[in-house]
Design a binder for this molecule. Structure first.
Ligand SMILES: [Zn+2]
Length: 245
């Protein structure tokens, strides 16, 4: 078996394919250059660190966001806080996939299990993105219907601004690490975080726009964000399906 089922890849994962692609030395030969294995391990550790950070951050963001939203009766803030739950599920799936590779990489047939884990995680992440898109669009429809004036308060501002500051670098780090490990699940998980930052921009931008009387700016920006996530999610889902399994 080669990398066939997971075709549209940017690079071939060196470490986990080595047992399958070792025509000279045969199946059990330990033909992995130490440096390569060590390097992959470093990337894996980095990815694990990123996902642990994500889980901790999103949990705090979700709790604070929902609490602040409920106390200030701000739906958009509650919506923002609840989105953290989707990010948590996505991060948890990727964390599981990374841990699987950490455990299996030394096993003879471990690479096959890692590929299965990658595919499953990629599907969960893609489903999270599609869910997020639907969630955003539902939020838009609701806010247009209710005509809610966002008033997130000091805590809400703090939550939104910290997301704007932290999410883009987190997304970039996951893109880079996901590329190095050839993990679509990790890369797409980062897209969820970037969307979170985008939602925070919309939340704050909506407040500014409201002062100018452009109440429609907020739902319009949300809708654009929803379309972006829907496209990403759909592509990720197609990609994960092509993987079979
Ligand atoms: Zn978030």
């Amino acid at each position: 078996m080669n990398a066939g089922p997971l075709r549209p890849r940017r690079s071939v994962p060196q470490a986990w394919n080595v047992h399958a692609q070792n025509p000279i030395h045969g199946m059990r030969e330990e033909g992995v250059p130490v440096g390569e294995t060590a390097e992959r391990r470093r990337w894996l550790e980095r990815a694990l660190g990123l996902e642990r950070f994500s889980l901790a951050w999103m949990t705090a963001e979700g709790v604070v966001g929902v609490a602040a939203g409920a106390s200030s009766r701000s739906l958009s803030l509650e919506v923002f806080g609840l989105d953290s739950l989707i990010e948590i599920i996505s991060a948890w799936a990727v964390l599981w996939r990374l841990r699987t590779e950490m455990q299996e990489r030394s096993m003879p047939a471990g690479h096959a299990r890692v590929e299965v884990a990658e595919r499953r995680a990629a599907r969960v992440v893609a489903a999270c993105l599609v869910g997020l898109a639907l969630y955003i669009v539902a939020g838009v429809l609701w806010s247009v219907r209710v005509h809610e004036t966002p008033h997130p308060g000091v805590v809400g501002f703090a939550v939104a601004i910290s997301a704007i500051v932290v999410m883009p670098p987190l997304w970039r780090a996951k893109q880079k690490t996901g590329q190095a490990l050839d993990s679509a699940a990790l890369r797409e998980d980062g897209v969820g975080n970037l969307t979170c930052g985008g939602m925070a921009v919309v939340l704050l931008g909506g407040l500014v726009a409201l002062r100018g009387g452009w109440w429609w700016a907020d739902p319009l920006a949300s809708l654009a964000l929803g379309v972006f996530v829907a496209r990403e999610g759909w592509e990720a889902w197609q990609h994960a399906r092509e993987g079979g399994g």
